[in-house]
Design a protein. Structure first.
Length: 278
């Protein structure tokens, strides 16, 4: 069982609510799509699932149909009555909270391991994924639906056009792969862009041993001037000899460096006592 377009329209009308553009709400109204999302998540039997932004519960129903208890984190209080109606009698715990400010340790205390399956709000998808990878190690794996452009950035390889800050930061803690695309026609309201399904698997340990704070600061600075060579964009924080020690051509641009190269450069900078400059 899941919700059709007619079901969603009826629920919205009966509860007197409308999708919020400010909260990036686009509800899936195609049963085949939510079943496909669950299938592509490759979930272990009975693993509990955390769902962020469940909306009216279309995906929630598909997850419980497959035997997964769900903790659904919903920010919009106006949707809570409709969500409670849809999920009544099912193993669903609804948490009214902002996922970016949630006490995850308490919320997920019932199990040492969770999966994340979610149609993430477009306006917070990237930051939320990176935050969960950093702060909530018990969530693994993840299958998220985001804008196609965002999904491509998360999963991008070095040297590709989509490769950037999110690609490097995700690669520090996980691997990502775009496993499907979702057309705008399956949503209400219909977005202007295609969506991507991204499967994210946490690494047992970070990909490199370098200090993440220093590594991410170098990445942020370099990609902030991505058209410049590294020796120019990082001139005030990376001593010239650090590039040589790291085995990196200082004339390269940031999108050419994979996570291993960024790790070597970070270690080389740390060996000098930290970033150059004031």
């Amino acid at each position: 069982m899941t919700l059709t377009r007619r079901d969603v329209i009826d629920l919205l009308d009966r509860h007197g609510v409308r999708p919020s553009r400010a909260l990036g709400q686009n509800f899936v109204v195609d049963p085949n799509t939510v079943r496909r999302i669950v299938r592509l998540a490759l979930l272990e039997p009975s693993i509990p699932v955390v769902e962020i932004g469940p909306g009216l519960g279309s995906l929630t129903l598909a997850l419980t149909d497959e035997g997964h208890p769900v903790t659904a984190v919903e920010l919009d209080r106006h949707l809570l009555p409709a969500l409670a109606e849809v999920t009544e009698g099912r193993p669903v715990t609804v948490v009214h909270a902002d996922a970016m400010r949630l006490d995850w340790e308490t919320t997920l205390a019932a199990s040492p391991r969770w999966a994340l399956v979610a149609n993430l709000p477009y306006n917070v998808g990237t930051s939320l994924i990176l935050e969960l990878l950093e702060r909530v190690p018990r969530i693994d794996p993840m299958l998220v639906m985001v804008q196609s452009e965002v999904g491509d950035r998360l999963a991008a390889a070095p040297g590709t056009e989509a490769y950037g800050i999110p690609s490097v930061k995700l690669a520090y803690r996980a691997t990502a792969r775009v496993v499907g695309r979702v057309p705008p026609t399956v949503f209400l309201p219909r977005p202007r862009v295609e969506s991507a399904l991204v499967r994210i698997t946490r690494l047992p340990v970070p990909a490199v041993g370098a200090d993440p704070v220093l590594l991410f600061s170098l990445v942020d600075r370099a990609f902030g001037q991505r058209r410049k060579m590294l020796r120019r964009s990082l001139a005030d924080v990376v001593p010239p000899d650090a590039f040589e020690r790291a085995g990196i051509d200082a004339s390269e641009r940031p999108e050419r460096l994979g996570i291993e190269a960024w790790g070597r450069l970070t270690d080389a900078v740390a060996a000098t006592g930290g970033p150059a400059g004031p």
